[in-house]
Write a protein that binds this ligand. Structure first.
Ligand code: 13P
Length: 255
């Protein structure tokens, strides 16, 4: 089953709107017309509108980093799927480990967001991954299984093909410590097996499973060559045009 590789940039809390527009302009100039790889950029909320305008007509998609499950209402500080859709966002990162750790997001809350995103026709990029203590305690697969099963509870087979999963070992995020290709492929294959059980072989074969955690141009080719690694969710290396463009090139070469 061949899946188009996906390279997504999670800019986290970096770049004001002017800086974000400048970065995306560089990306559009070089990679705005390429179609070998699906490319998504996820700027902070404040830059979504400006970045959306720059992306008009380009083959680069827009994603948000979070959303609230309700459509509207008294949720101070929150943003809904409908608001993101109105800005032409197509993707949304959900359940990032930083949201789980610093903002107390539970699997149940992330599940509500996943269902709301799918209903609004936004593609969730659902993040899962273990901490260092969990890996050292041989809990990796169990943790990932719980996060996947709880996060995707109630998702139908028809909706599932829209999903993107990101495996991000927490100990590899922003640390420079990348998972070995064998460690990453093992978990990706395990996730694929869970998806087969949940949604059947054909749908599971269409779902992209991204690796995230210190991915950069030097380590990307080997990771992207693994059978179940369908792309990357990139933090640090997405903040500069040069390294992000190199990652797109690496993904195109690995297809
Ligand atoms: P780094 O690429 O900076 O390790 O971040 C990964 C990540 O958290 C992407 O969501």
């Amino acid at each position: 089953m061949s899946r188009k590789k996906l390279i997504a940039g999670n800019w986290k809390m970096n770049k004001n709107s002017a800086e974000a527009v400048a970065l995306v302009a560089e990306l559009v100039a070089v990679a705005g017309k390429q179609t070998d790889v699906e490319v998504v950029v996820c700027p902070p909320f404040t830059a979504l509108e400006g970045v959306a305008a720059k992306l008009e007509g380009a083959e680069i998609r827009l994603g948000a980093q979070n959303m609230h499950p309700e459509k509207s209402g008294a949720y101070t500080g929150e943003i809904s799927a409908e608001m993101l859709r109105a800005l032409h966002a197509t993707h949304v990162i959900l359940g990032h480990s930083e949201r789980r750790t610093y903002f107390g997001e539970t699997d149940a809350f992330i599940n509500k967001k996943t269902l709301a995103a799918l209903k609004a026709e936004l593609r969730p990029i659902l993040c899962v991954g273990e901490t260092l203590a969990e890996r050292e305690g041989n809990q990796t697969l169990k943790v990932v299984q719980t996060q996947i099963e709880a996060g995707l509870d109630g998702v139908t087979k028809e909706q599932a093909a829209q999903l993107v999963i990101a495996y991000e070992p927490v100990w590899a995020i922003g640390t420079g410590k990348v998972a070995t290709t064998a460690q990453a492929q093992e978990v990706h294959a395990f996730i694929r097996g869970l998806l087969v059980r949940l949604f059947g072989e054909s749908v599971a074969g269409k779902i992209r499973i991204l690796y995230g955690g210190s991915m950069k141009p030097s380590n990307a080719p080997e990771l992207l060559a693994q059978p179940d690694i369908d792309g990357g969710l990139i933090g640090g290396a997405s903040l500069e045009a040069r390294s992000f463009l190199e990652l797109i090139t690496a993904a195109a070469a690995a297809k």
